[in-house]
Design a protein around this ligand. Sequence first.
Ligand code: HSE
Length: 433
Amino acid sequence: MDVTVGVIGLGNVGSGTLEILAENGARIREKLGFPLRVKAICSRNVARKKAPAFPDAVTRTTDWREVVRDPEIDIIVELVGGTATAGHIIEEALRNRKSVVTANKELMAIRGAELWAMASENGVNLAMEASVAGGIPIHTILREGIAGDRVCELYGVLNGTSNFILTEIEKSNAKFESVLAEAQQLGYAEADPSADVDGLDARSKLAILAALAFGERLTPADIYTEGIRRILPVDFEYAHQLKHTIRLLCLARQSDDGLLLSVRPSLIPQSAILAQVQGAYNAVWIRGAYGEDTFYYGRGAGPKPTGVAVVSDLMRVAREIRHGSPDRVSPFAHERLGEYKPLPIPTQALPYFLRFRVEDKAGIIATLATILAKHQIGIDAVLQLPREDWRDLPFVITTEPAKEQAIRDALVEIREADFLVEAPLAMPMERGF
Ligand code: HSE
């Protein structure tokens, strides 16, 4: 007997999912021992959407309620995105005792634990492999592959658009704005790029991975987040002098005091495995107490890589339905999540890379050194490339490990200086890589 599927949302991921289900249908059937049958597809403009041919008739509709109420459909695939309609679709599907497969990171980051509780009450499943790092099966790894370990640290490059932009700035010395325009032309960046370049997309993904890794339910807005808009080509030049590079680093680090989380441009050594992650790729590096380091790499987005994640979830959920499995593994790897407030970022102590743009004159370094010393911040190095324009001179001071609070306090004072062209940029230099 087959297991039937209704797909709601026919954008890039929806189309990729349908193509894989059609083209790879025979192999999927061989693996499962029964077919996955697409019974209905739904989109606001379904009439204009092309869909591959399936052996059985497929209902096409613009009304998602028709799909979630269809008694013959076992699994709903929610690929609408956003939090409003997608939330209604998932709730109604679960109430109707249909399992749900979703790629919706934003919704799962905010309401995932609540929706999982609802799925459990209704005896159905909720699966979300496609919501983080499209082509990398990172949920499966955390949920099952290394479930026996205790995760201590997790580092990720989780936004392909930002990584594409940063690595293009690094390679071509071009400015953020022109690389963003190129990324938009290539289809890597949206017309409104803020979710990607301001770190919000990565923040949702980190909230989900941290829940899986540490069993804590985190409000995404509680995660300290900075985007990449201020990064200049010269930042890479200075970072390279220090044998480092810059990545939009997502981190979750467990310490005796608690869990520290952030999404921010950071310096990492050029020798680090995450520094090799180029272009629109994603990667996750996990350090476990027992299994030590494991690393996962792949495409973070795209119709086919993300489609594979959706189809693989469908296969797992279909197997459970077919074999009547009463025990499902929580999509968060923990039956219950705690409620957690991350440690405040100002408490972390790291070396910092401080980049200044100044109108040059005598005494600038002396002023900065005095203010840093006042806040007990030791200077490690002062880097200055030959001056091209005295009215906008970029240079860098790296510090000894210091509390971020001290750095912030010093920068507030420094901001009063009359020689600054723009506010200083501070980035942590990550250790332990
Ligand atoms: N916009 C995301 C990225 C892909 O650039 O990585 C979807 O999560």
